[in-house]
Design a protein around this ligand. Structure first.
Ligand code: OTU
Length: 650
């Protein structure tokens, strides 16, 4: 019965639309609109059905989809069709990502284009380019407080340059990932400026209140994100004489999705970038999209409905474009951002695997894989056509977001254990070689977070300073071990710029007052091209890391078992220092890779009986893809060297 209402409305809309845009070829658009309209209409009604202007807003939404479709360039439409045909294209093992700041890596967009050969040399073919949109010069949260969503920072280039970058990447079979900061705007965004001037239309784009009454009710159940630097979730605005919801920094105004106009604007922005050739949209802070008094205002059901709507709309206009969910939330919540049902409730094809990230760091600090193995074993299952973004670290802090119960079952008190991890990675724990900084430091609430460059957290900085060669070797092995995991786990590995050449902490941010109180900048240094040049000088740290990573990336691309088709099996082993799983070639069940990783500083024995029963080690040897050597079991035991991993094949 709802279908009928939906069909009737669709007919009406199409009738009106065809008068305006009938002269365009819209065959594919109509097909996709027909296929998705019932979902779009139903979701829109769930969210906005009570409003008097419901139908008007619905029509506006469809108009937006149509107008952006008309604008979509022929080669992008062609790519849409190709990706619809080969809909699993992004699950292939060939994709290897990197996140970088345009300005810190290469000054501007043209510079980035000129430096693509560096990325290709390493084997990277998916590029998350950060911080290119127009933001205020100071209060910009590293590019996440956007002043104009459709304009590029003039110091970096123009929208035309982004189009050129996209085309240039496409020629090299590389993908472009662009942020859409869906949750908030900069206080300098036109909507916020006009809201401040008193325009009701734009005040309705945000959560704005005349006094503390409603803000206080919200605060009762709302946690704080940047509690040290931006306590509270509301900021007083003198000009309006009102309170504005600002969950992140005081200058980041939360958008109010209770207003359908906000959603339509944001979908328009997403499609704007899709039409500039962006392949993947990284939707920032999606867990926060819906605020409701009495809730934590995170992971609300409506946030999921909004994402479903965004996905359905994008499928109508730009079906080749994928979404990444940036939801750094509890393990059980993250997987929900894939959607809970591929037919009725799909959301983002890709999600940050923050659980795996935090578990990997746990294994580094504890030097065992107990919690890692348990946490990975309890990782919620995801939809078939969805994949993880596996990363060791990104531009943000490292949140220790593993499941408390998993920690308990691994023998830890969650609070104590997080305290230990923060101590370990900030070097306060005796013997720890790590050089990180605490971030937020709200250890009581269990929200422990850390900043620091990967190499410095892994001990390279301390080892180099001490001139201790064995410790340098060890740190390099840890760096490679972590990369070995994200490259083979299943999903798209996302490297962080600088990590392939062992970039250390950078303290330059302390001199900039707009950054000095945000420790995440320790890990956002200018890419040092002189250091990068040393990747070609044999024996340097840069060369050792870069060459090894390049090789691993190459191997990943050749290994069909590393594609992500739910073809990973975690293997329980007796030695807690070892993390062991197998990957199976989806097209050839007999072709498998056994991944064995030792997180301990001592060589660890692996008894073969269990592996044998899982079908591995039928003889006494297997071959390690990484070294090319045969690995031999002695007395039915394999000895895995410290901080080393194998990718074993029969
Ligand atoms: C994101 O991260 C961005 O990656 C950050 O760089 C931004 O500062 C932030 O949003 C605001 O735009 O708090 O510490 O999922 O963990 O969204 C990182 C919840 C962050 C948050 C995540 C956020």
């Amino acid at each position: 019965m709802y279908e009928q209402a939906s069909h009737a409305l669709l007919n009406e809309i199409l009738h009106d639309l065809s008068r305006e845009i009938g002269k365009y070829r819209l065959r594919h658009f109509y097909t996709r609109l027909g296929a998705n309209f019932y979902a779009i209409h139903s979701l829109f009604r769930l969210l906005y059905g009570e409003r008097d202007d419901f139908k008007l807003q619905m029509v506006r939404l469809v108009e937006t989809l149509a107008l952006r479709y008309i604008e979509r360039a022929p080669q992008l439409r062609k790519s849409d069709l190709a990706r619809e045909r080969h809909y699993n294209w992004f699950l292939d093992q060939k994709w290897v990502g990197m996140a970088l700041y345009c300005d810190r890596f290469a000054d501007d967009i043209r510079g980035l284009m000129a430096n693509l050969p560096y990325l290709q040399e390493l084997g990277v073919n998916l590029l998350h380019v950060m911080s290119i949109l127009d933001c205020p010069p100071d209060n910009n949260d590293g590019g996440y407080a956007v002043r104009d969503f459709k304009r590029i920072d003039p110091r970096l280039g123009t929208v035309g340059d982004v189009q050129e970058l996209a085309a240039c990447l496409q020629k090299r079979d590389m993908l472009l990932v662009q942020d859409v900061v869906v949750n908030h705007t900069s206080e300098e965004h036109e909507w916020a400026v006009r809201a401040r001037r008193g325009e009701k239309t734009y005040q309705d784009y945000f959560y704005i209140f005349p006094d503390r009454q409603i803000p206080d009710s919200y605060e009762e159940s709302m946690p704080e994100v940047f509690h040290q630097t931006a306590p509270g979730n509301f900021t007083w605005n003198e000009e309006m004489g009102k309170w504005v919801m600002t969950v992140f920094n005081t200058y980041q105004w939360d958008l109010n999705y209770h207003n359908p106009q906000v959603l339509i604007e944001m979908i328009d922005i997403m499609l704007f970038w899709a039409n500039k050739g962006v392949d993947i949209l990284r939707l920032d802070a999606v867990a926060f999209l819906w605020k409701k008094i009495g809730s934590s205002c995170q992971n609300e059901r409506e946030a999921h409905l909004l994402l479903q709507l965004m996905k359905d709309c994008c499928q109508v206009t730009a079906p080749g474009v994928l979404f990444i969910a940036e939801a750094i939330v509890a393990p059980a919540e993250i997987a929900k951002y894939f959607g809970e049902d591929a037919i009725n409730a799909k959301e983002c094809e890709i999600a940050y695997n923050a659980t795996f990230m935090s578990l990997l760091w746990d294994a580094v600090a504890t030097k065992n894989a107990r919690l890692l193995t348990r946490g990975v074993g309890n990782l919620p299952s995801k939809l078939e056509r969805a994949t993880w973004l596996n990363y060791i670290r990104c531009h943000d802090d490292i949140g220790l977001g593993f499941d408390d119960n998993d920690a308990r079952l691994s023998g830890y008190d969650p609070l104590q254990h997080r305290r230990f991890l923060v101590d370990y990675f900030t070097g306060r724990f005796p013997g720890s070689p790590a050089r990180g900084l605490p971030f937020g430091d709200d250890i009581e609430s269990g929200d422990a977070r850390i900043s620091g460059a990967l190499a410095s957290l892994a001990g390279l900085e301390a080892a180099l300073e001490a001139g201790d060669e064995p410790l340098v070797d060890e740190a390099i092995n840890v760096i490679l071990l972590l990369h070995g995991m994200i490259l083979s786990f299943g999903g798209i590995p996302l490297l962080y710029y600088g990590d392939a050449i062992g970039t250390l902490n950078s303290l330059e941010y302390l001199e900039d007052p707009s950054k000095a109180n945000d420790a995440r900048w320790i890990n956002r240094s200018r890419f040092d091209w002189e250091k990068a040049a040393r990747r070609h000088h044999s024996g340097t740290v840069e060369q050792r890391i870069f060459t090894a990573l390049k090789k691993l990336i190459g191997l990943r691309k050749q290994t069909a078992a590393f594609a992500d088709f739910d073809n990973r099996q975690l293997l329980a082993v007796d030695n807690p220092h070892l993390f062991v799983f197998s990957r199976t070639d989806p097209c050839n069940p007999r072709s498998r890779v056994l991944v064995v990783a030792n997180f301990n500083g001592k060589a660890q024995p692996l008894a073969l009986d269990r592996l044998r029963s899982a079908g591995f080690f039928q003889g006494s040897m297997m071959r390690d893809l990484c070294s090319g050597y045969r690995v031999e079991a002695v007395n039915d035991t394999l000895l895995v060297p410290p901080y080393l991993f194998y990718w074993l094949v029969e």
